[in-house]
Design a binder for this molecule. Structure first.
Ligand code: FAD
Length: 392
């Protein structure tokens, strides 16, 4: 049996940053992951905002921030496109990551801050014993029990840790986007610094993205809500890639599949001796499906609060609920609004999306953020005004 103050299960971005800040707070921390290589395989289109990294105090490094983004292009079902790049401020602009390198670097940061790391260590079960959790693991092929005063569940979208501890962490099928993606070369993008988003029946309940990683390399993928679709996500992607001029001659070098919980945060993020972070807690932007920055920000809060609890010797829900408060103050309102926007966008037919794109041709954008886009949408579409007018 190994004993530690804080055990973090899952060395994705949310878990690694939680481990880092818990260690910086003076706690004895162990970070485990079932993978033999942290970060691989990736399940991500790899887009992050500069603002987000900045807030987290993370300096971009060329080795993992592989392409800088300068704009976005929105494409309606009939091909009408809206370019948002020249002379427009893009507060959410950022980088395309190489997640396999980024995730490993974030784990290294945790290690450098003092956390211990165990790879190829799968959490199988847990039980409460007094004021601790005992987590039963399989580590490098051997059984291992780990006793921790505080457990941080950072085990991603399929999360078990929270559920095993009695928290309601499940995502309803209608809120779980099925994501599938090819990393491709020979992609003929119009501008390899611009993110492309395709809307409508190409991806019911979601959208198709082309996120450029280099001159001719891109993540080409989509997310759909399966109950709104009549094919699998993979079939939608194959059809898209075959017909889109940018990708039809592309060569696939990687396939990524994964779920993205876009239904909002779980109600209780903590309980006695436990905190849940990242995708496991539903800390994903309901509209974009982006979860790296939200998960890392909340992971940072979790690490700081867990370390404070260790110092105080109080691991009760009452003390740990400061974590719920900080996450909810940061995300809850925004998430509620964007869930409504998502429902609205999902209700639009291809024809209606074409009309919105046509109306956008005459709109001047000075700054582009998700909020600004919704504000402009409300201006050009009476239906949007009716449904979303009061939100932004
Ligand atoms: C197709 C797709 C595209 C996406 N694109 C973007 C994007 O462009 N930008 C963005 O911000 N977000 C994107 N996301 C979402 C983003 O990938 C996640 O929000 C992010 O990875 C969440 O980080 P995390 O640390 O919470 O979980 P994860 O990154 O999933 O990490 C969880 C870790 O826990 C480990 N683990 C799980 N169970 C156990 C266990 N029992 N024992 C030990 N270890 C365990 C896993 O091995 C994994 O390493 C995308 C998601 C998908 C599916």
């Amino acid at each position: 049996m190994i004993e530690t103050d804080i055990l973090v299960v899952g060395a994705g971005p949310a878990g690694s940053i939680a481990a880092k800040h818990a260690a910086l707070g003076g706690a004895d921390v162990l970070l485990i992951d079932k993978k033999s290589e942290i970060g691989s395989p990736k399940r991500c289109a790899e887009g992050v905002s500069k603002e987000g990294l900045n807030f987290l105090g993370i300096e971009p490094q060329l080795i993992w921030a592989v392409n800088e983004i300068e704009g976005i292009r929105l494409i309606a079902p009939d091909g009408t496109d809206v370019w948002l790049n020249d002379e427009i401020k893009l507060p959410e602009a950022g980088y395309i990551l190489e997640r396999k390198v980024f995730d490993k670097h974030m784990a290294m940061d945790a290690g450098r801050a003092g956390a211990k790391i165990k790879i190829k260590t799968l959490a199988n079960a847990l039980k409460k014993e007094g004021d601790s959790y005992i987590v039963n693991c399989e580590s490098m092929g051997e059984e291992l029990d780990i006793k921790a005063k505080i457990l941080i569940g950072a085990d991603g979208p399929e999360s078990h840790i929270g559920r095993w501890a009695g928290l309601k962490t499940g995502t309803k099928p209608k809120d779980m986007e099925s994501g599938v993606q090819f990393e491709m070369c020979n992609v003929k993008m119009e501008d390899p610094t611009v993110l492309e988003f395709y809307f409508g029946s190409v991806a019911p309940g979601g959208y198709v993205w082309i996120f450029p990683k280099g001159e001719d390399v891109a993540n080409v993928g989509l997310g759909i809500i399966q109950s709104k679709a009549d094919k699998t996500a993979y079939e939608y992607l194959v059809d898209f890639v075959k017909t889109c001029p940018a990708t039809k001659d592309g060569k696939i070098v990687e396939l990524n599949v994964g779920g993205d919980p876009v239904g909002g945060m779980i109600k209780d993020l903590s309980d006695d001796n436990i905190l849940i972070v990242g995708d496991a807690a539903g800390q994903v932007h309901p509209l974009t499906g982006g979860g790296i920055i939200n998960g890392m920000t909340c992971g940072m809060f979790a690490g700081e609060i867990a370390a404070k609890s260790i110092k105080k010797g109080d691991y009760s829900k009452k003390h740990l609920s400061e974590y719920d408060k900080r996450c909810k103050d940061l995300l809850e309102d925004k998430m509620k609004k964007y869930l409504k926007v998502r429902d609205y966008l999902e209700s639009l037919s291809d024809d209606e999306l074409n009309s919105v794109a046509a109306a956008f041709q005459n709109v001047e954008f000075k700054e582009i953020s998700t909020a600004e886009l919704v504000k402009k949408l409300v201006k050009v579409s009476p239906k949007a005004l009716l449904k979303l007018g009061k939100l932004f």
